[in-house]
Each structure stands twice: as C-alpha cells, then as structure tokens.
Design a protein around this ligand. Sequence first.
Ligand code: ADP
Ligand code: ADP
Ligand code: ZN
Length: 220
Amino acid sequence: MRLVMLGAPGAGKGTQADRLAERYGVPHVSTGDLFRAHFRQNTELGQTARRYMQEGHLVPDDVTEAMVWQRLGEADAHRGYILDGFPRTLPQAEHFDAALSAANWRLSGVFHVEVDRAVLQSRLTGRRSCPECKATYHVQFDPPSVADVCDQCGARLVQREDDRPETVAKRLTVYHTETEPLVQYYARQGLLRTIDGNQSMDEVTASLTEQLALIGLAHD
Ligand code: ADP
Ligand code: ADP
Ligand code: ZN
C-alpha cells in the first residue's frame, strides 16, 4: 500500500494517516514531523527547514526530496507507507513519479481531504501537539483528558510556532498556489479519491475505509 494524503494544512491528514498506518501496519511518513525531528536534533537540515517553516513557506524541493528518499529507503517502508505532506509541489510530484517508475512501483491512491477554509482556520489555531510522541489534539474538537497534558506520554502540549494566526493565513495561501494543482495532476492519472473532510474524525475514517475497499485495499 502506497498512499498519499493530499489536503490543506489542518485538513486532518495527520490524524487520519495515523489511524490508517496503525490499521495497515505501514509507517506514517509526515514530512512536517521529519523536519521538526531534524530541528529538535539541531541538524543542519533542521536549521535550514525551520527558517522556511516559521514564515509559513515551503522548504525547497531538493532539501525535502532528499529527506523523503532517505526515509522511504528505510526497511519499514518496503511494504508501503502513508505519505502525509508530500508531495506538495508539482516538481516534487514529478520527481516522485520518476523515482517510483524507476523502482517499478506505483501509488495505490491519492486521497484528497477537502475541508472548508473557515473550518481549517479553527482546526489549525486550536491544534496542540505533543513534542515528545507527536500525538495531536485540539482544544475543542479533541481535547486531552487533562488540559495541556498528553494522554499518551504525559508531556506538556505545545502550540506549533507555525499554527499562530499570522502564519496560518500565509500557509493557506501557499497551499492554494503551490499544492492545489496536484489535485488535477493526480486526477489525470486516475489516482485521485476525494473525501469530505468536514465530517467528524470517525466519519472521515469511515469514508477513507470505504474508498480503500473500492481500490482493493480492504483490511481484515
Ligand atoms: P493536517 O495533518 O492535515 O494538518 P491534523 O490531522 O493535524 O491536520 O488536524 C488538524 C487539527 O484538527 C488537529 O488539532 C486535529 O485534532 C483536528 N482534527 C483533525 N480531524 C478533525 C475532524 N474530522 N474534526 C474536527 N477536528 C479535527
Ligand atoms: P500541516 O500538518 O499543517 O499540513 P506539516 O506538518 O505537514 O503541516 O508541514 C509543516 C511545514 O513543513 C510546512 O508549512 C512547510 O514549511 C514544511 N513542509 C512540510 N512538507 C513539505 C514539503 N513536501 N515540501 C516543502 N515543505 C514542506
Ligand atoms: Zn505525548
């Protein structure tokens, strides 16, 4: 199974990718998480990426692609993966296609999680993240049982620096210009499946499960 989750910041890609990854036993590969892990470890790549991320800009394609190729080459990704946040530009998608063809691999599907802009805004500004285990919460839609404390590991939750309102607006604009063209790109390849992401988390998971069954990826 090789899936791509496509959608605006805050659409719920990460939330759903986590659920599918657990169910199908393949890794959830989030480029945002990989960049954040790099800057926590203070690597050169992390320093570079952070400068772009803080401003709500995309990290340059070459830097991003090198990191993704390395991650997808690891042993746990040989059976497949769920990509969340990659590809995000047309050149990334084209290079990825070339790399897949060279390896004689094909994507199983691209899920476009569609959410209204007003909803995205409130999802992003209310998002809280665990800096230790990367679990995601929402102050209103998915609060932890103790305010600001991670249910899974007890760490103190934080707001990502790019989830502040000023940066959120910029990221939504960048999504529109840089990433949205990928919807047409994958539709032309017959890979695109559209999901209504305005629904509750469980309803979105149910829609994804239905669509996966249609492409022959039912589980159990
Ligand atoms: P993305 O990875 O697409 O940026 P996330 O999965 O991090 O999105 O979700 C963004 C925020 O919205 C998080 O705080 C998450 O808890 C919340 N969220 C995700 N899916 C839903 C949903 N279907 N309904 C309400 N809130 C959601
Ligand atoms: P979100 O969950 O809100 O969609 P991510 O965690 O996926 O955000 O990404 C956070 C930031 O990391 C992006 O705003 C961008 O700066 C950078 N980033 C993530 N994926 C890519 C990518 N494929 N290409 C370039 N930059 C990326
Ligand atoms: Zn945690």
